[in-house]
Design a protein around this ligand. Structure first.
Ligand code: PGA
Length: 251
C-alpha cells in the first residue's frame, strides 16, 4: 500500500536539505506568521543550515513565525547540551530572526509532565494548528519518540524509549554511552502530528532504507509508526537514493 505519501528521491543528502528548506520557505513566504513544526537529530541539521542561509542571503524572515518541536528528553533542562532546546538554539534559532517566545520546546524538567503535555497541545490549538511539520524517522520506523506500538491517535505524553533508540542516540553522535541517554521523553503523539496540515519527513543513508520501505509500501500499522502517515492528505517524504534503496516503486 503506497497510501497518499508523495515521495521525492534525491541523488544526495545535500539535495534533501535543499528540497526540504525550499518547502518550508514557500510556506513562510505565503504566510509570514506560519506555525511550523521542527525535529531534532542528525538528519535535519543540513536543512536548518540551508534555512539559516536563506535568512542571511535571501531575507527569509522568521520574525512572525511560531514553532513547535516534536519532543524533548525527560530529565534534561534546556541548558543541557544534549537537550533538544539546546540543539534547536544552536542549529536554527540563533541564526534566524525567530522570537524566542514564539519557539515551543517541551520542558524536560517540568514538575508535572501531564500538565506540560496538555499545555503544549493547548498552545498548538490556540495558534490554529500547524501549517507544516518536519519529521525524521528512526531505524525502527518511529516518528518523534512514538516508538513501535504507539497508537494512531496518541497525543503528547511521557514515553519510554526503546533499546534501539537509546543505542542509536549513544553511538558517539550525541551521547557517548548508552547509560547517559535518558530512558524517557516527552513526545508529541502520532495524532498530534497527523493534525499538521502538511508533513515533510526526511531520511538519508542506508540505515533508514528498511524503515522507509515499511512506511511507504508496508501495512498501515502501529508496528511501524511512520506508516500511520499513509492516509494523511499532504505528506511528502524526501529521501536520498540510499534511503530509497528498499522501495519497490521508487518512481
Ligand atoms: P536521526 O534521527 O536524524 O539522528 O537519524 C531521526 C529520528 O530518530 O527520528
Amino acid at each position: 500500500m503506497a497510501g497518499n505519501i508523495k515521495l521525492i528521491v534525491c541523488d544526495e543528502a545535500a539535495d534533501v536539505a535543499k528540497e526540504a528548506a525550499a518547502l518550508f520557505a514557500d510556506v513562510i513566504k505565503a504566510k509570514p506568521d506560519a506555525v511550523i513544526g521542527l525535529a531534532t537529530g542528525s538528519t535535519p541539521e543540513a536543512t536548518y543550515a540551508e534555512l539559516a542561509r536563506m535568512h542571511k542571503e535571501e531575507d527569509l524572515s522568521f520574525a512572525k513565525v511560531t514553532s513547535f518541536n516534536l519532543d524533548e528528553y525527560w530529565g534534561l533542562d534546556g541548558d543541557h547540551d544534549q537537550s533538544y532546546r539546546y540543539f534547536m538554539n544552536g542549529q536554527l534559532f540563533s541564526h534566524v530572526d525567530i522570537r524566542t517566545w514564539n519557539t515551543h520546546v517541551l520542558n524536560g524538567k517540568a514538575v508535572n509532565p501531564q500538565l506540560e503535555c496538555q499545555a503544549f497541545e493547548q498552545k498548538i490549538l490556540s495558534v490554529g494548528g500547524l501549517d507544516i511539520w518536519l519529521l525524521g524517522i528512526g531505524g525502527n520506523g518511529h516518528i518523534a519518540f512514538n516508538e513501535p506500538g504507539s497508537s494512531v491517535d496518541s497525543r503528547t505524553r511521557l514515553v519510554d524509549l526503546t533499546p534501539e533508540t537509546i543505542a542509536a542516540n549513544s553511538d558517539g553522535r550525541f551521547f557517548k554511552e548508552a547509560s547517559e541517554v535518558p530512558r524517557c521523553a516527552l513526545s508529541a503523539g502520532i495524532g498530534t502530528i497527523r493534525e499538521a496540515r502538511k508533513i515533510v519527513l526526511l531520511a538519508t543513508g542506508s540505515g533508514k532504507a528498511p524503515a522507509i520501505a515499511a512506511a511507504v509500501e508496508g501495512a498501515f500499522t502501529p508496528d511501524c509508526p511512520s506508516s500511520l502517515l499513509q492516509d494523511h492528505p499532504d505528506c511528502t517524504f524526501i529521501v536520498d537514493r540510499e534511503a530509497a534503496a528498499d522501495l519497490k516503486n521508487a518512481g
